[in-house]
Design a protein around this ligand. Structure first.
Ligand code: A5P
Length: 233
């Protein structure tokens, strides 16, 4: 199976968790996109759910599929969020934000009773950090914030390069929230909780991609079949 088939397999297993009447958070990225496609087919067949998207891209996809969409203002509490991840460790700690959507993803997942991660098994790592950690920052005072983020990383006992994420044309990437992303190339994060605490204290830092204590379970698809981590049902 190619990686895309594996993502679809994980998404199909997550669809089994959906019940009529549920309020769902819809993730962002290539794996979450499969989930939204499969959900759309079920909705076309008569399933009644109310959904909140984690990005403009997912919102557009879901609306095109005829899924009834809401917002967190109208629907502040959700039953289940299904989303992908860039890295997952055995304690269900995540790195997210490869698609620059981690701010809304974290808000939506935190508003949900359960967050289930779907991924191909290559996302499972012993230690977080090989994937660059996305850090969303406001454009105002970017250089000052960049230096403060670098100091925070150092004070947390980590080290690595901070790179402003750019679009293919070279301009700074702008998120759905009109912010920028600094990618921290840390290679291995020794203490994710300590790093998160240090980053959270930086003015101008809007949200980082460490999801700690948020995911309830993960569905990982590999050549050997599905592997479940944490609480799925
Ligand atoms: C979006 O910002 C991310 O958090 C995605 O959920 C993550 O990058 C996983 O994406 P894929 O499913 O495309 O690997």
């Amino acid at each position: 199976m190619n990686p895309d088939d594996l993502k679809k397999l994980a998404a199909a297993r997550a669809l089994e968790l959906v019940r009529p009447g549920m309020r769902l958070g819809l993730g962002t990225g290539s794996t979450a996109k499969h989930f939204v496609d499969l959900l759309g087919a079920r909705v076309a067949g008569g399933l009644d759910v109310l959904c909140v998207a984690t990005s403009q891209a997912t919102q557009a996809q879901a609306l095109a599929l005829g899924i009834t969409m809401s917002s967190l203002d109208e629907t502040p509490e959700l039953d289940l969020t299904v989303d992908g991840a860039d890295e997952i460790d055995p304690e269900l700690r995540l790195i997210k934000g490869g698609g620059a959507a981690h701010l809304r993803e974290k808000i939506v997942a935190s508003a949900s009773r359960r967050m289930i991660v779907i991924a191909d098994e290559t996302k499972l790592v012993e230690r977080l950090g090989r994937y660059p950690l996305p850090i969303e920052v406001v454009p105002f005072g970017l250089e000052t914030t960049r230096r403060a983020v670098a100091t925070a990383i150092e004070s947390a006992g980590e080290s690595g390069e901070l790179v402003l994420r750019r679009r293919p044309d070279g301009s700074a990437l702008v998120t759905d929230n009109a912010n920028h992303i600094l990618d921290a190339h840390l290679h291995a994060i020794g203490a994710p909780e300590r790093l998160a605490t240090a980053l959270n204290a930086v003015p101008g830092m809007v949200e980082h991609g460490l999801f700690l204590g948020i995911a309830s379970g993960a569905i990982l698809a590999g050549e050997g079949g599905l592997r479940l981590l944490g609480a799925i049902e």
